[in-house]
Design a protein around this ligand. Sequence first.
Ligand code: GLN
Length: 193
Amino acid sequence: MALQGDVREHLTALAAAGAAAGPVRRPEELAEVDGLVVPGGESTTISKLAVLFGLMEPLRARVRDGMPVYGTCAGMIMLADKILDPRSGQETVGGIDMIVRRNAFGRQNESFEAAVDVKGVEGGPVEGVFIRAPWVESVGAGAEVLAEHGGHLVAVRQGNALATSFHPELTGDHRVHGLFVDMVRACRAAESL
Ligand code: GLN
């Protein structure tokens, strides 16, 4: 999703994970893809631009239909069914039965990196880059927690929707994108049966 945020970094990570990735800005582009990444950036801006570009409703429909989506940081906020402290006019796509707290880990200058074990990612912890990152306050019955940091939930999956508080696209480690690309491949294979 190329409305705002660290789009280029995600395109690079997706390509490294074996996907044919391109930017999605318009509903016609959304209709063509098998999966979508919602990048890190500023969730209120992404939300408002999604409405402005006519992407919000078609995206909600595709997520409801089971299209794989992956959100990092601001993208995680976009995939939450509920935000604890939304700014005015801020909407989400939803898809994961979770409540997120924006900027939960503090301000920009409190950004940090930490090793995070992510369920489903083999080969040891990933380097989690947290930048004004949200955390997940709570998850509903349908959502699976994939990672915690400092007692807070930082990676969650529900069906074909994946979200991390941190930014694997800013590291050279593409294993989380690999997990997502595998989800997209599995979904495509199931649809072509
Ligand atoms: N704090 C930002 C927000 O609320 C997210 C920051 C990020 O994506 N790095 O949208």
